[in-house]
Design a protein around this ligand. Structure first.
Ligand code: PRP
Length: 177
């Protein structure tokens, strides 16, 4: 793929907004009376996280963790690393992980195992998009925005080789080998 590849809209910004509102309503209801810790996986989750938390009327806290799985390409290396970890303990906390896309499931499975060992009171996953056709490890997504086809998804925080994160719609690009 070259940098001139044109993104095609899969879900418009209006559809994204409506879906994020729907997710916030579900999460707000389930975490009523609690003070959840939302952990976003960088970089992809930053746009989704920013919109989601402003729709949640909860005394929540936010953390970010940086993992690396893809490097500079479109295929996962399969080797997940914590590049930048958590700054505070999560023991006894109600943790909700915020992810932009679940593809093979390798990244989120690694992270959920990593977090579970730190003994949170509860651990759930909210994913903006899910690409089940690519799954290698089963993943339970507690709050899901969109199921996406087996195309290269970009926009609303999601990149291809660090490009297209700024697009306000969820798009796909054609990738030529
Ligand atoms: C992407 C995405 C997920 C992961 C999903 O992250 O944000 O974290 O890949 O893929 P998987 O289910 O096949 O593991 P990436 O490593 O590209 O980093 P980024 O969030 O900085 O874009």
């Amino acid at each position: 793929m070259n940098s001139q590849s044109k993104p095609h809209i899969l879900f418009t910004r209006e559809e994204v907004e409506a879906t994020v509102k729907k997710l916030a309503a579900e999460i707000g209801k389930d975490y009523q009376g609690k003070c959840p810790l939302l952990i976003g996986i960088l970089k992809g989750s930053f746009v989704f996280m920013a919109d989601l938390i402003r729709l949640l009327d909860l005394p929540l806290e936010v953390e970010f963790i940086t993992l690396s799985s893809y490097g500079k390409g479109k295929e996962s290396s399969g080797k997940i690393r914590v590049v930048k970890g958590l700054r505070a303990p999560i023991k006894g906390r109600d943790v909700l992980v915020i992810e932009d896309i679940v593809d093979t499931g390798l990244t989120i499975s690694f992270l959920l195992d990593y977090l579970r060992k730190k003994k949170p009171a509860s651990l759930k996953l909210c994913a903006l998009t899910d690409k089940p056709s690519r799954r290698q490890i089963p993943v339970t997504i507690d709050y899901l925005g969109f199921t996406v086809p087996n195309k290269f998804i970009v926009g609303y925080g999601i990149d291809w080789d660090e490009k297209f994160r700024y697009l306000p719609d969820i798009c796909f690009v054609e990738v030529e080998d």
